[in-house]
Design a protein around this ligand. Structure first.
Ligand SMILES: Nc1ncnc2c1ncn2[C@@H]1O[C@H](COP(=O)(O)OP(=O)(O)OP(=O)(O)O)[C@@H](O)[C@H]1O
Ligand SMILES: [Mg+2]
Length: 454
């Protein structure tokens, strides 16, 4: 049964050194309902494959610079899900046979008719559909909406799997915007508790006076205004999972209450002396370095050790640049659907700039960029000029010039500050320096009037 992906247009790349052949084939394939791109050589084909997902490559065998065989090998190593069909003239059929051994799916002997070409493509399309649906059935996505295939994300998936198969507490750490909030859901819905409630609590959002009542509930008349009894988060999540987001910002009062319930696994509602057992699995997340908060006396050590049984560090986007294009395609699809707009085309230099950006704001920054571009750019084509300045500066262009390190540093600091809306604490965290050092650097760069504090 073809899956949804397969019902969409099959994406084909045609590679041939004859522009005439390219034109004819592209016209024929587009007319037949496929989405066909063309490349006049192997190098150009690789350039396209790096940026665009392609289902099938149809390539000529003999080309002046690199041969079709080189392309077959490149694809087998770098895009194992892409199918390959070789076009060859009779005299070099041996090469075609070799290419099939190396991983091409099929070959067509030149000259061929349009009908022969379409029939061959249909055979491949069926195989692709079968393979994909078998793959989908064998391995249901363990990631629950978390996108990314980089080694760094695979390590996260392995930890999610491990956490899902146990009931121990989990601490998710990582910079702001890395996707920490997606992880607890993946753990909960991937484990035995999937049918029990998942309750998400933001530790910064509970007023200190209401902590007990919010966490553990209250009985009617427990305090002025308690007109009805109310169930607390821990009880709602009984048998399931409670997700404590921004745990690094929990007040000392909240930390104390959490420690007690984690130790005793029992609660009592405000206004009641009746102790109630709760079996709630705890997953916490923070962008702060809890260990250093512990050493500064700002976070309870005993609570830290209760939570940090399995530690899942979510890597920043700059450590998984392979995922940038995959995430971008994901967000393009998401926003185009939401906004009922066509997915825009990107010029290669715009893609290059996006790929080489360091993404200080992580996935959230990328998501915002895609959304902004889809709102702002009307032409359906996005070029470097449409990108925000911080990204435009990243292109390794001819504009490079030798200049002092201090100047480069100041520019980088400016970019990071711009990303976090001038929040110096966040900027210092991202830069990996303390606030005082940041202030000193800003002062030296003439960006700050007042001398550093202390
Ligand atoms: N791997 C991913 N796949 C799909 N979407 C992602 C991924 N990572 C992040 N996102 C999206 O990026 C945005 C930011 O992620 P999220 O809110 O989880 O960040 P966070 O790590 O909790 O950051 P903060 O510490 O600032 O709270 C969300 O809209 C989220 O859905
Ligand atoms: Mg968050």
């Amino acid at each position: 049964m073809p899956d949804k992906k397969m019902r969409e247009k099959l994406r084909i790349l045609i590679v041939d050194d004859s522009t005439e052949t390219l034109e004819i084939l592209q016209r024929q394939l587009n007319a037949a309902g496929y989405a066909a791109r063309v490349a006049p050589g192997v190098a150009e084909a690789i350039g396209i494959l790096e940026f665009h997902p392609v289902d099938l490559v149809i390539t000529d065998m003999k080309m002046p610079r690199a041969s079709g065989l080189d392309l077959v090998r490149y694809i087998r190593q770098n895009a194992p899900d892409t199918e390959i069909m070789i076009m060859t003239a009779y005299p070099c059929i041996e090469g075609a046979v070799q290419s099939v051994k190396d991983g091409a799916e099929d070959y067509l002997t030149k000259p061929f008719t349009n009908a022969e070409l379409l029939a061959a493509i249909e055979r491949i399309r069926e195989k692709l559909a079968l393979r994909r649906s078998a793959h989908a059935a064998a391995a249901p996505s363990p990631t629950f909406g978390i996108i990314g295939e980089s080694p760094a994300m695979r390590a996260v998936y392995a930890l999610i799997d491990k956490a899902a198969s146990t009931l121990v507490n989990v601490l998710i750490s990582g910079e702001s915007g890395t996707g920490k909030e997606l992880v607890p859901r993946a753990i909960h819905y991937g484990g035995d508790r999937a049918s029990a409630p998942f309750v998400s609590v933001n530790c910064t959002a509970i007023p200190d006076t209401l902590i007990e009542s919010e966490l553990f509930g209250h009985v009617k008349g427990a305090f002025t205004g308690a007109k009805e009894s109310r169930t607390g988060f821990f009880q709602i999540a009984d048998g399931g999972t409670i997700f404590l987001d921004e745990i690094g910002d929990a007040s000392p009062n909240l930390q104390g209450k959490l420690l007690r319930v984690l130790q005793n696994k029992e609660i009592h509602m405000v206004g009641s002396s009746h102790l109630r057992k709760v079996d709630t699995r705890v997953i916490a997340a923070t962008h702060k370095d809890l260990r250093s908060l512990v050493s500064k006396g700002l976070f309870r050590e005993d609570l830290f050790y209760r939570i940090d049984v399995i530690d899942i560090p979510v890597p920043p986007l700059r450590e998984r640049s392979d995922d940038v294009m995959i995430l971008m395609n994901h967000f393009l699809a998401k926003f185009s659907k939401e906004m009922h707009r066509e997915i825009p085309e990107f010029t290669d230099s715009a893609l290059m700039a996006i790929r080489s950006h360091s993404w200080p704001g992580n996935v959230r920054e990328l998501e915002n960029l895609v959304q902004r571009l889809m709102v702002v750019v009307d032409s359906g084509r996005i070029d470097v000029a449409d990108l925000p300045p911080a990204l435009r500066g990243q292109i390794p262009a001819k504009t490079w010039r030798a200049r002092p390190l201090a100047e480069v540093e100041a520019e980088h600091i400016d970019n990071v500050l711009a990303e976090v809306d001038g929040n110096k604490t966040r900027a210092a965290e991202i830069l990996g320096i303390d606030r005082k050092t940041l202030r000193l650097k800003l002062k030296r760069a003439g960006r700050l009037e007042n001398p550093p504090e202390e």
